[in-house]
Structure formats: C-alpha cells, structure tokens
Design a protein around this ligand. Structure first.
Ligand code: PLP
Ligand code: ZN
Length: 432
C-alpha cells in the first residue's frame, strides 16, 4: 500500500513518510500534513470539481482532498454544500460592505467536523481500521460516532466529564459510541487536554484509529469549507477581505491556511483573504502566542469558557495554525464569555442561531472593527461552526439564569385567563 500518490510531510523539518503511515507526528516533534503529488491545485482539477456538484461539498473535490481513496470506499452522509447567508441589518450595524455567514451547522451532525470526518473515517477503514477513537469537546465525538455507525465499526469517545453540551453528548449516545467521561486529575471536572492525552496513548497501545484533527486527513476535508465559501462569494460578486473563525484545537485554522495556499492559479489574481481567529479569553493560548510573535507554543492550564467547543488549553495544531496566520497575514483576537453570549443572542435575533463557539465570530468582528483592524467598508466572511441546538442549556441559562444577558428575554408564565393574555400581547405590540 505504499505507492499511493502523495505523501505526509512534516511541517517543521519537511521530512516525508508514505501516505499510509500510521504516525501523525514526525520524530522531530512536528506534525505531518498531507501533500498531494499534484502540488497546488491545477485549474483543470478545480473546474472538474465544480462540475461535480452532485457529489456533495467535500467529495466533488476528491482529487484535491484524497486522490488515493477508491470512490466506492467513501463513507459519506452528504457533508458540505452548506448555505451562505447575508443579513443586511447586521452587515450595516458592523459597518461592512458585505458580511457573509457560512453556516456549517447545516452539516449532517450539525458541525463542520463532518467534513473532516468523512475523509478521515473513509481512509482509516479503507486501510483496515477495526475501531475508531477520539477525544472531544463534543462535536468531534458526535460526528465520529455517526460515521462509525454508518460504516458499522465500533467507536470510543473520550469526553471531559461535566463539560459537554447536552446536544453533543446526546448525539454520541444515540449513534451508539462507547462514551467515556474523563474526570479531572484532582477529581473535579475534566478537560479536553487530559482526554486528548489519554486517547493518543490509547490509540497507540490498542491500535485504534485516531480521528482528532492531529489526523491530517481531517484537515483535508475541512479545506473544502474555504473553497466552497470562495465560490459562493464569487457568485455574489464580492470576495472577502477577511475570513473569521473560532479557534480551539486550531484544526480549522490550519485547514483554512492550507486551502488558501493550494488555490489554483486562476485565483492567484485574487488577494488572499486574511484569517482572523477568535479565542475565548480564558482559553486563549493562541492569542497569547500571537501577541509575542509565536515565539513558542503556549498552554493555558484549566481553560474556561461558555463556548465549550473551544475550551482547549493546549491546541494540537499549533505549528500549522501559525503557518496559516503568517501565510494570510492573519490576526488572533480574544473575546469574553459575555461578549460571546451577546453576539449569540444577536445572531439569534436574525433567525440564524448557532452554538456559543460559533458566535465568537461575531464577538470577534465587533472587537476587530472597534480596534480598527477590520476596516469600515471591508468584506468579511464568518464561519458559524455549529448548530444552535448543540447547546440548549447555554441558551436557557442566558435567558433565565441568575446572570442574564442584556438582551435576554425570559419566558412569562400566566394563569389560563384572557386578561393575562391581553397584558402580554399589548406589551409585545407596544414594543414594536
Ligand atoms: C471543533 C469546533 C470548534 C473549534 O475548531 P478547531 O478546529 O478545534 O479550532 C469551534 N466551533 C465548533 C462548533 C466546533 O465544533
Ligand atoms: Zn519533522
């Protein structure tokens, strides 16, 4: 199986191994990325992909994602082809020329993880994997469990105990994965970083196929977010100056950088959009690194945030993500939990809806506009990474909890009489 076209290349020392290597880390400590033997994407392949729209958003780009996989080995749920929204009131409020929302919550399990998972799972099973494993803040687990079930292989997911959004935990259970909750070493609530450490060791010890974004095939699938986005923007006659995305383990950041690097020649006349990666204030190692010019990987012990999908202290895709920021002249910003929840509720009022981590994009846009980094009149594309129903508890807490947000609207309980109804209706009509 070693004469597949392409190879895995270390992002630090450029050493290469065969595409079917089980190692995702080079001896030098760097991580491997997939290199297509075509190099960057030839225009002809790109054109061919665009003509294959019926194959879904990921696999229409198969030659540029994973050429070596026979087409009948694809494990797919119809990922990608997610909608691109514009909400003129919001665009105007932000002082932007165009503001696009690419909603990855419309993927089969409700997050962008499906785009990477279809590739990584297909490849692992083609190569004979007997069981799949991952650590997760929730969405990777939900996605992997679903694809494992689809293919009929066992799945084990390692989740930080007490820190998983309800929708995500429910999905992993429903799709039949073995769900393992990892406690903190001090007996308190668990962290993704501990779960990640454990699953990497378990994968090695027991020969489980590791489906986290350290698996470079995940990132190949996630590149298609950017390719689809650019095509959709071009159809609307405005290419983005910025692409804004939340950052946790930094898999998407890395994949986006690679997608932009690999754009075919005919896109070269187009200015590369700048990446803006948004982190939560108390889970902000990449932001800290950005401030000091990425001298060395940073780590946050005991990371906290309401946006559990980005509650990660030791991101695994550090070097690739740094390369993505450098290649795109990108920036990293941090936002508070309150800013995230205000942004989330603002998105909700447009009828969009997204989970907390996704709303970090709008919070980040507000902040970068205020600081003058994103300029008035520029065009921005923001990635909504996950579905609104992933984390219902965060929403109910925001609207009814003890620390209600400024835009919260708790439900009103009434007795079953018309005069009580009248009071409510009159108040609603008056507020218009
Ligand atoms: C996984 C995830 C993120 C973080 O993405 P990374 O690639 O780990 O940086 C953000 N939002 C949602 C909804 C996610 O599921
Ligand atoms: Zn190396």
């Amino acid at each position: 199986m070693s004469n597949f076209p392409g190879w895995l290349r270390c992002v630090l020392c450029s050493g290469t191994v065969s595409l079917d290597s089980d190692e995702y880390l080079c001896g030098c400590g760097g991580s491997y990325e997939v290199v297509n033997e075509l190099g960057s994407c030839p225009t002809s392949e790109w054109m061919r992909a665009e003509e294959r729209a019926g194959d879904g958003g990921v696999w229409k780009y198969q030659e540029l994602v994973l050429r070596s996989l026979p087409r009948d080995k694809i494990v797919s749920h119809g990922e990608g082809n997610t909608p691109l929204f514009e909400h003129p009131r919001l665009t105007k409020e932000c002082g932007l020329a165009r503001l696009f929302w690419k909603h990855e919550g419309y993927n089969p399990t409700g997050s962008f993880k499906d785009r990477g998972m279809t590739v990584a799972v297909s490849w692992a099973l083609y190569r004979g994997a007997k069981a799949l494993a991952c650590a997760s803040t929730g969405n990777t687990a939900a996605s992997m469990a679903s694809y494992a079930a689809l293919a009929g292989v066992p799945a084990i997911v390692f989740l930080p105990e007490g820190e998983i959004a309800l929708g995500k935990l429910a999905q992993a259970l429903e799709y039949g994965a073995r769900v393992v909750l990892v406690r903190g070493a001090d007996g308190g609530s668990g962290t993704f970083d501990d779960a990640m450490e454990l699953v990497q060791r378990a994968a090695k010890a027991f020969g489980l196929a590791l489906m986290n974004s350290v698996n470079p095939f995940r990132l190949e699938g996630q590149k298609t977010i950017v390719w689809e986005l650019l095509v959709q923007c071009a159809q609307r006659r405005a290419l983005p100056d910025w692409i804004v995305v939340p950052g946790g383990n930094l898999g998407n950041t890395s994949a986006f950088g690679k997608a932009l690097r690999e754009l075919p020649d005919f896109w070269l006349g187009v200015k590369t959009p700048r990446l803006a990666v948004i982190q939560a204030e108390d889970s902000n190692p990449f932001y800290q690194g950005f401030l000091e010019g990425f001298k060395a990987p940073r780590r946050v012990e005991n990371p906290q945030t309401v946006a559990t999908a980005i509650r990660i202290g030791a991101p695994k895709n550090w070097d690739k993500a740094v390369a993505a920021i450098r290649f795109t002249n990108g920036v990293v910003e941090e936002v508070t939990d309150l800013e995230i929840m205000l942004a989330k509720s603002r998105l909700g009022k447009e009828g969009i809806g997204a989970e907390p981590a996704s709303a970090a994009t709008l919070a980040g846009i507000w902040k970068l506009r205020k600081r003058g980094v994103i300029k008035s009149g520029e065009s921005v594309a923001a990635i909504l990474t996950g579905h609104v129903l992933k984390d219902p508890a965060a929403i109910v807490e925001y609207h009814t909890g003890s620390r209600r947000g400024a835009s919260s609207q708790p439900p009103i309980t009434i007795a079953p009489y018309m005069d009580e109804v009248a009071r409510v209706v009159e108040a609603v009509l008056k507020s218009q």
